[in-house]
Design a protein around this ligand. Structure first.
Ligand SMILES: C[S@@+](CC[C@H](N)C(=O)[O-])C[C@H]1O[C@@H](n2cnc3c(N)ncnc32)[C@H](O)[C@@H]1O
Length: 377
């Protein structure tokens, strides 16, 4: 048996021991060039692991399954969490690596490389990535930027999917709200303009003057004339011409609600948002019926996160958007990993929205932002 084969066997044995000995085991992520599967323990039946593709396994069959995946793949990775430790087995053509890191440390660090096929090819987008400071002058992705690139890459992939039905003859206008250093805006612009050959106008807005100045200087360096950057709060921004898509990636707290309200107000066809921190609703939800549960701060916080994003989705549906909710990257890459994707398609039904609003004190941030936008322009 060659060196890789021996290491494979050792790693499988190690995985096997860890899984057998692991009562808290919840999920395992497998990724190779030909398959990507996330197996999650069925909460109602802990004897069954289910993948998103509908495959079922018993936890005791998992090591054998992993061994088979590892034997037939040249590259890939297997990741799972075991008592607060992220265990990663990385498959390389001539080697197998096993790494352990505590989850807190993982959240400080870039995403493990090789866990998913990158949508944007680094070697093709090098000039852009170097201008953004994501890649070094030597052409390598900087370690401290890898995680962000991974998130932006996945975001662009999902925007690309949603645009499959875009067939207008005029340019597509995209507004990135709370663009920050504009990695998303630049990478998306690169993809649409240079790869998909879609005529587009990409606008970034942010209330921070410095990030707008640095985005403008990168834009000039790259000579992207179809891009604009404006220092503005989301609610104060007045676009010239129609906007087809509003984006927000980790716009802080109620800036997400501002972006959603602006997208609804502008009657955008697409609204895509990955919310960030969600303090606003925490104090306003009536937890009385759930007091026995909500008295635990962790449950209360998670409850309020889910309800905040849930109410946002329902608010979009009430305005005629078809909403899909996805974990756009693994929670191991960022705990703020929920993406709301809304496409204006159908007649509005506000019943659920009305009923749910009764459970919250006062007017929701998204609703008050929408009211003020509707009044002011
Ligand atoms: C966490 S950063 C995210 C930046 C970028 N979207 C990303 O993912 O890298 C949030 C950005 O939102 C901007 N921001 C927060 N509230 C805003 C508001 N009300 N209007 C405009 N920009 C806002 C901040 O200045 C900051 O640049």
């Amino acid at each position: 048996m060659d060196k890789r084969g021996q290491k494979l066997r050792q790693s499988v044995q190690m995985v096997l021991l860890r899984l057998q000995d692991n009562e808290a085991f919840q999920r395992v992520e497998i990724e190779t060039p030909t398959e990507a599967q996330v197996f999650v323990l069925d909460p109602l039946n802990p004897r069954v692991l289910r993948s998103q593709q509908g495959k079922q396994l018993s936890p005791s069959d998992l090591p054998e399954y992993l061994a088979a995946v590892m034997a037939r793949a040249e590259r890939g990775s297997i990741r799972f969490v075991e008592r607060g430790t992220l265990v990663t087995v990385t498959l390389l053509p001539n080697d197998v690596k096993l790494s352990l890191s505590t989850l807190d440390a993982v959240h400080q660090r870039p995403a493990e490389s090789g866990t998913r096929q990158q949508f944007i090819r680094v070697e093709e987008a090098l000039e852009l990535l170097q201008a953004l400071g994501i890649a070094s002058p030597e052409g390598k992705v900087r370690a401290d930027r890898r995680r962000k690139l991974y998130q932006v890459d996945r975001f662009v992939e999902l925007v690309d999917q949603i645009l499959e039905d875009w067939d207008e003859q005029r340019p597509l206008t995209i507004l990135d709200c709370g663009c920050g250093k504009s990695y998303l805006a630049f990478v998306l612009n690169y993809w649409l303009k240079e790869k998909r050959r879609i005529s587009c106008r990409v606008i970034g807005i942010d209330s921070n003057e410095e990030v707008i100045a640095s985005s403008r200087s990168i834009q000039q360096r790259l000579n992207y004339r179809n891009m604009e950057f404006h220092k503005s709060s989301i609610l104060e921004y007045r676009p010239v011409g129609p906007v087809d898509m509003v984006l927000s990636l980790h716009a802080c707290d109620t800036a997400t609600d501002e972006a959603l309200a602006l997208g609804i107000h502008l009657n955008c066809k697409y609204i895509i948002s990955v919310p960030c921190c969600q303090a606003a609703l925490r104090q306003r939800i009536d937890y009385t019926p759930w007091q026995a549960i909500a008295r635990h701060p962790i449950f209360r916080n998670r409850l309020s996160d889910v309800l905040t994003d849930g109410l946002r989705a329902v608010a979009l549906e009430a305005r005629g958007y078809k909403v899909s909710v996805a974990e756009y990257v693994s929670p191991l890459d960022t705990p703020k990993n929920i993406m709301l994707r809304a496409v204006k398609t159908k007649a509005a039904d506000a019943t659920a929205h009305r009923d749910l609003q009764n459970l919250v004190e006062g007017t929701l941030p998204l609703e008050s932002f929408l009211q003020s936008l509707d009044k002011s322009f």
